[in-house]
Design a protein. Structure first.
Length: 493
């Protein structure tokens, strides 16, 4: 039986300090001694003491102690995977590695159009040809859910040469697709399924949560431990099972993209979180689920607020399941936007909501929350409701219907991104081919992709969104005074 009380990275780090190793290697702060005193005062020396070389520090120069490998094997066992790989570059790297393992330049990959911007970055870097699979769109709530297995079945029928499929589940709003059915669709064709499960690190550790990708039969699963787990920012893992993907190939694709200076601090966070969940996860997450149920009931009792629950999110044409820990609150009953509500909560109650859109905020709960943190949340939300008059009238975000959100993909995202470009006003951009991603963030799902032919409804949506408080950090001009398009002389433009 596997000993999950062990934490190889943490134990090696403790051994490093016990032996008093003297480094004549990077990092140059030399165990905090060279760090600026004001930096040490803010960060504390523990950060620097944990910041050692992975090889030639934590382990020997040939990594003969297999510190990382042992930690990865323990993680794989904890989540029922055959192989696990740690990443210190976030799931943005992990999902690219998975994509590049399944498909190569100009090969097709079926991808839900609600994919994160990191997936689009992978397309730009690789030259993979995306076949977009439409999400299930709730036109009443203006909310996209992951595509169904039936949609992927139809996509494979139209594109039998596709090398595999990629789906995002859970979405940033906590909604899930039927991964077992989707894995069956892929495996009937001997094609692998990649699941971007960045928001699902906690799912393997409690039966009351939606199905975990490895248990559902996915081939590769990418998970951000820093989102719903206890890892540090950028802490990610990707898991593998089955015989459709060579683990050595997946590893070298990750090495192609990853850093040669990984953070031992992040490795330690991943290792410690696995031990915490393997030993205590069911208990910790059980308490979190009970707390979430109480919070949902209490928020629903506040005038003007509505918590999106299973009845709102799941059913025919909607999601197949949902995670109750991302408490998604519709604030439209207050006559304002999620942008204004989130800004008010931060400015006046020092409370940060995870996600804000034109009508919602998400107040994400994890196993770390308790009566004190949720009490502060509920008090702040009641105060928000009382202050709602000050947040009106809110600018209107002109969200198109589902058909209006979709644009023609005229060329590969890579070809558009690296083509000859020009920056023009949005008023002149309809009919031109985008040469950049334009992504409301969070959650980070691009509204515009390189290679898509821009339309007036999408441009109107983004311009009205910026006026209302939408954040577009990856646009060349985040204020959307201009849009980057392919030059008129470019054949694709």
């Amino acid at each position: 039986m596997t000993d999950h009380t062990s934490a190889p990275v943490l134990q090696a780090l403790a051994d490093h300090h016990t032996k008093g190793r003297v480094p004549f290697t990077p990092p140059g702060h030399k165990q905090a001694r060279g760090a600026d005193p004001e930096v040490r005062a803010v960060l504390g020396d523990a950060v620097f003491l944990g910041d050692v070389l992975a090889s030639g520090g934590l382990d020997d120069r040939r990594t003969r102690g297999e510190v990382l490998e042992r930690a990865e094997r323990l993680m794989a066992d904890a989540v029922h995977a055959a192989h696990t790989f740690f990443s210190t570059c976030g799931s943005s790297l992990s999902v690219k590695a998975a994509m590049l393992t399944v498909a190569g330049p100009h090969e097709k990959l079926l991808i839900g159009r609600d994919a994160h911007k990191s997936v689009v970055s992978g397309l730009i870097l690789s030259g993979i040809r995306p076949v977009w699979v439409e999400p299930r769109w709730d036109a009443e709530r203006h909310l996209a859910h992951a595509p169904s297995a039936e949609e992927y079945e139809r996509a494979f029928a139209a594109h039998p040469d596709a090398r595999g499929a990629l789906v995002t589940s859970p979405t940033p709003y906590g909604t899930c697709t039927d991964l077992r059915a989707l894995a069956d669709v892929c495996h009937r064709r001997s094609r692998p399924l990649i699941v971007d499960e960045a928001w699902g690190a906690h799912l393997p550790f409690h039966p009351g949560l939606p199905s975990w990708a490895m248990d559902a039969g996915a081939d590769v699963c990418v998970t951000s431990i820093h989102k719903m787990g206890s890892g540090l920012e950028q802490g990610s893992v990707f898991h593998l099972q089955g015989d459709l993907i060579d683990p050595a190939k997946l590893k070298i694709r990750a090495d192609l993209l990853g850093t040669t200076s990984p953070s031992v601090l992040i490795y330690a966070g991943l290792d410690g979180w696995r031990r915490q969940m393997a030993l205590h996860g069911r208990e910790l997450l059980g308490r979190a689920l009970d707390l979430a149920a109480e919070v949902r009931t209490a928020v629903e009792a506040i005038d003007g607020l509505h918590v999106n629950d299973r009845a709102d999110l799941c059913g025919p044409g909607l999601a197949d399941d949902f995670d109750p820990l991302p408490v998604v609150i519709d604030v439209s009953g207050l006559g304002t936007t999620g942008y204004r509500a989130a800004d008010w909560l931060r400015e006046h109650r020092h409370l940060d909501a995870h996600l804000a859109d034109h009508r919602r905020i998400s107040t994400q709960l994890t196993h770390a929350d308790d009566a004190e943190t949720t009490g502060a949340l509920l008090t702040a939300l009641k105060d928000l409701a009382h202050a709602a008059a000050d947040l009106r009238p809110a600018p209107t975000v002109q969200v198109p219907d589902p058909a209006g959100l979709r644009m023609e993909q005229t060329c590969l995202p890579r070809d558009a991104f690296f083509g000859d470009t020009e920056d023009i006003p949005p008023a002149d951009a309809a009919g031109r081919v985008a040469a950049e991603m334009i992504t409301p963030y969070p959650p980070g799902i691009p509204a515009v992709l390189p290679g898509e032919r821009l339309t007036e409804p999408v441009l109107r949506y983004l311009c009205s969104g910026v006026e209302a408080g939408m954040n577009l950090p990856d646009a060349t001009d985040p204020g959307l005074g201009t849009v980057r398009v392919l030059a008129a002389s470019d054949p694709a433009g």
